[in-house]
Design a protein around this ligand. Sequence first.
Ligand SMILES: [Fe+2]
Length: 358
Amino acid sequence: MIFTQLNLGACQTYLIADERSKQAILVDPVLEHVPNYLMRIEQQKLKLTHVIDTHTHADHISGAAALKDLLGCEYVMHQNAPARCVTFHLSDGFECHLGNSLVKVFATPGHTKDSITLIFPDRILTGDVLFLDEGGAGRDDLPGGDAGDHWESLQRILRLPEHLLVYPAHEYRNRQPSSLKQQIERNPVLKPRSKQSYISYLEGLQLGPADWMKDVLKANYACARDPKAAWIPIDVPACEVKGTLDRGANDQQVAAIPPNAVKQALMSASPPVILDVRNPTELTGGLGQISGNLNIPVTELAHRLGELEPYRQREIVTVCKSGGRAHTAAQILMQAGYPKVHVMVGGMTAWIQTEPHQ
Ligand SMILES: [Fe+2]
């Protein structure tokens, strides 16, 4: 079986194909990447027969409707999915084959009413029902979300064989898929806990604003084919529930510093280290970059911490476009024991507004 995750960012799109028949399915495609998917399918001489959304997404516009139009494939979702362009509705317990591989479907509501988990012989695609490690699981406060249902779905996943590898729809920190057994050890939402305790925990969380996500949901209900159908901030770990069931590094308060204060600090006798966690191509774009910065993309930070070791005792200011990725980066540094970490508020978008000629 061919199994490839196709995206560079936090949204995970899986191309799964049978090597012999070349039949392929695509799970959770993102609209703006559709041209890349088409190129990939063409290069590998695959025939895309089905695109599947594990649920109605709130953080990106699905590429499924566009792919259905372009390739004539089936658009598959759970029967509770409201999008009218879905051509094939699944219910709990549905089974089919991709080549020789049996694929089973569990309805796993909670994050949304239409969430499904795809079960292959050696892995599960969990959508936002289960993320990796301390990432926990998707948020339940959006329309259609239900923490009690989510708890029930997680109990069901816990009854699956422990060797199955877990592949979620999002990964914000470059964590690598691992077995359900390892997730039971590492992922706080899989720890033994009563349904009521799970609901109380989620109700107590201070989740970020979600108004823009409601607009994205509407765009997906309407089968939008225009990437600009809803405004989406690019660097917010939108679907991830902040923190975990255990109080850990993710719950630590990250200190913020405004751009003006960064500017002053840079002119002082002990200037901070500027850690820009955007992708390298963004540094040459319109927002520019702060002179002398270290550039490590947030998705690589956990693996490149050694490069920061010489600066461990210095003040480090994390920077990105608008603050989301920098916040994540600061948490990674704090988890690694860096004592003086700040996030530059508003990112480079705010920094350029402090430039006198702007
Ligand atoms: Fe989601």
